[in-house]
Design a protein around this ligand. Structure first.
Ligand SMILES: [Zn+2]
Ligand SMILES: [Zn+2]
Length: 247
């Protein structure tokens, strides 16, 4: 069930009038999309190759949420690039901020663990490339999550490969948090997000819920193109980013 308040109603209305025509909710359709990340499954599998490779690794996120699909040469791709461009486009920044804020606040009850526990802290996935200033997702998330402590996560001093599942690439500051909401803008292969989830678990966190603004799709693959062409339904902010079902 979505949480509601006057300000959430305003955000919801803005998302519908400004974004519904081109944004697309992530879907979990058995046999059609990856059962973990809503991406494109391998032929004959219910899971995509990246999620399959990591399956069973210790410390993976307990719950994964994705707000919208995004792909290049499309308005969704322009928003995801534009919001963090060296000179960010204000309209794109407002869209990402509103999507994330509505996703976090309206779908907060959906983050409960099996015993009902909600996040008691949050973190973001740091970039492994040096970039000046605060990560834009951190800046955005600080507004709706101001009442909760942020768990600092940083790139490790010595990095392994930048790709794949490598929890040792990330260092987590000592924390007493039990359930961390881990946020990032884009999931392409999920390697960084899942590595940070495992690094948090390694630091004693019991549960990690992730929320990504965008599930990135690569339309150069014919199977992905097929999924993109099937995304006909307008975006609904109340479709749950964790289940793909209206809350
Ligand atoms: Zn997947
Ligand atoms: Zn929900």
């Amino acid at each position: 069930m979505v949480a509601t308040s006057d300000s959430l109603v305003t955000l919801r209305r803005w998302l519908i009038t400004t974004g519904s025509a081109y944004l697309r909710n992530v879907q979990w359709i058995p046999g059609t999309t990856c059962r973990v990340c809503g991406g494109v499954p391998g032929v004959g599998y219910g899971i995509c190759p990246k999620c399959y490779q990591r399956e069973g690794s210790p410390g993976l996120a307990d719950k994964l949420g994705f707000i919208t699909y995004a792909w290049p040469q499309h308005q969704t791709g322009h928003v995801m690039y534009g919001y963090k461009a060296p000179v960010p486009a204000p309209a794109n920044r407002q869209m990402v901020a509103t999507l994330l804020t509505y996703g976090v606040v309206a779908h907060w009850p959906c983050m409960a663990g099996p015993t009902g526990g909600l996040p008691d802290a949050w973190a973001t996935v740091p970039s492994l490339k040096a970039r000046p200033g605060l990560h834009p997702i951190t800046e955005i998330a600080r507004v709706p999550l101001h009442a909760f402590p942020q768990v600092p996560v940083s790139p490790s001093p010595v990095l392994g490969s930048h790709r794949g599942f490598l929890p040792e690439n990330f260092t987590v500051a000592p924390t007493s948090a039990k359930h961390v909401l881990l946020l990032d803008d884009t999931w392409a292969s999920g390697g960084h997000v899942q590595s940070v989830a495992a690094a948090l678990r390694g630091a004693g966190v019991e549960r990690v819920t992730t929320l990504l603004v965008a599930r990135w799709l690569d339309p150069t693959w014919a199977d992905t193109q097929k999924i993109i062409s099937g995304l006909k339904t307008d975006f609904d902010p109340d479709v749950c980013p964790f289940t793909g079902i209206p809350c």
